[in-house]
Design a protein around this ligand. Structure first.
Ligand code: ATP
Ligand code: MG
Length: 393
């Protein structure tokens, strides 16, 4: 029999909160594997998942999308007796390609008659006698075999699989992700979730100036993000009236600044309504006129809510690397217009002034429009998309 073995790694440094972190991870794994034939158990240092062999590849895909897992191993479980252990180690290594190996034994069952120092050479020489052209290398082996001797069962495994790290989602409060169809904001959402933040996504659209294709793109991006959690609420804000009003009343070079101030106002109100504690977005310092420090500061004046900008200090190429890794890049580069790009002025102001913004905002009754936009928000629950192509893997 085999099990997936998850060691808590970085989580164990969370002294007082450790149980909370471990229990959240456990619940998240349970939820993500609810459609699989698995049995999950945990103890103080690790978790074990028993699985059906035929489902292993799919389960590995799921494991690679759960924050809080830094490393996992597929371990063979044998009865704690030296003959079974020897045979299992040989059987594992017979099927691997390698030139050098190392055996590391850990004996938790102190009643077991052999010590670790006795078991290592015993297993090593058994392997050397049964497989040709290999050597022991204790410093830098191609492959290591870990043998953990426990009271009834022992676990044997080789090199592990790297998980996606971070903290389990739900170990932080909820954040509201401003999700456009671009490259940056899905990456910002991924990085925020990696810190344990549960997210709701918010998309501002300006139909008929933006298309349903643009909305579908955001839905597809949300599905990709949902593969790292379970369901994500996507709030769709109808921003048409506000945007048209800005376009009519505000000097062209200030339209983007004012538009973003309106977005932040709506974000804060929606967050308060849905228990979100922070705003998260894909702003990156210096990338465009609205993302200079002066712009960010003037835009940020409309809210006291913290604004987290996970990609603020990354280069575009670094952001693109992550977008490719999380599989959002190909969706993001589809060519549909976003509400920001539709109205983009020729010369957006790079160093906006707060008093100018305030003067221009007096020209229209934005409060009632914001209320109306909030009242008309459509919220859809977006499911993890990985189930859709699970069978294709
Ligand atoms: P992205 O690649 O994520 O679209 P960007 O570089 O194009 O970002 P902007 O269009 O200036 O930058 O937007 C900055 C951030 O504001 C975005 O990353 C996103 O978080 C948010 N944002 C912009 N437009 C929208 C929108 N229509 N709906 C929701 N959020 C938006
Ligand atoms: Mg954009």
């Amino acid at each position: 029999m085999r099990v997936i073995l998850i060691k808590y790694g970085e989580l164990t440094t969370k002294k007082g909160n450790r149980n909370f972190f471990v229990n959240t991870l456990y619940q998240n794994i349970k939820e993500k594997l609810k459609n699989y034939q698995v049995k999950i158990t945990k103890d103080i240092s690790r978790m074990y998942i028993e699985f059906e062999d035929s489902e292993l590849e799919n389960i590995k895909f799921v494991m690679d999308h759960i924050f809080g897992i830094h490393m996992y191993n597929i371990a063979y479980v044998v009865n704690t007796n030296i003959e079974d252990i020897k045979n299992q180690v040989l059987d594992i290594l017979k099927h691997k390609k390698f030139k050098t190996f190392k055996i590391e034994t850990k004996r938790s069952d102190k009643k077991f008659s052999l010590t670790s120092q006795e078991i290592n050479p015993l297993l090593g020489s058994y392997i050397l006698n049964n497989i040709n052209d290999i050597k022991v290398n204790v410093h830098n082996p191609d492959i290591f075999v870990k043998v953990e001797i426990r009271e009834n069962h022992s676990y044997i495994y080789t090199n592990g699989h790297k998980g996606c790290g971070g903290y389990p989602i739900g170990t932080q409060a909820k954040g509201m992700l401003m999700l456009s169809g671009g490259i940056d904001s899905p990456v910002a959402g991924y990085l925020a979730m990696k810190r344990g933040i549960k997210i709701d996504a918010v998309y501002f659209e300006a139909i008929p100036h933006t298309s349903l294709d643009a909305r579908n793109k955001v839905i597809e991006l949300t599905k990709k993000l949902a593969s790292y959690t379970n369901k994500i609420n996507l709030h769709i804000v109808n921003f048409t009236k506000i945007q048209e009003e800005i376009y009519k009343k505000v000097s062209p070079n200030y339209t983007i600044t004012i538009m973003r101030r309106m977005m932040y106002r709506i974000m804060e109100k929606l967050a308060n309504k849905t228990s979100g504690l922070v705003i998260i977005n894909g702003e990156s310092i210096g990338q465009v006129a609205s993302q200079t420090l002066t712009s960010m500061s003037v835009i940020n004046q409309v809210t006291n809510m913290p604004v987290i900008r996970p990609v603020a200090c990354l280069d575009k190429l670094e952001i693109i690397d992550i977008a490719k890794k999380i599989d959002t890049y190909d969706i993001s580069i589809l060519p549909y217009e976003d509400c920001c790009t539709v109205f983009v002025p020729k010369h957006p102001v790079i160093n906006p002034k707060l008093d100018e913004c305030l003067k221009m905002e007096e020209r229209f009754d934005y409060n009632s429009m914001i209320e109306e936009a909030i009242d008309n928000i459509k919220t859809i629950k977006i499911e993890d998309s990985s189930n859709e192509f699970k069978d294709l893997l």
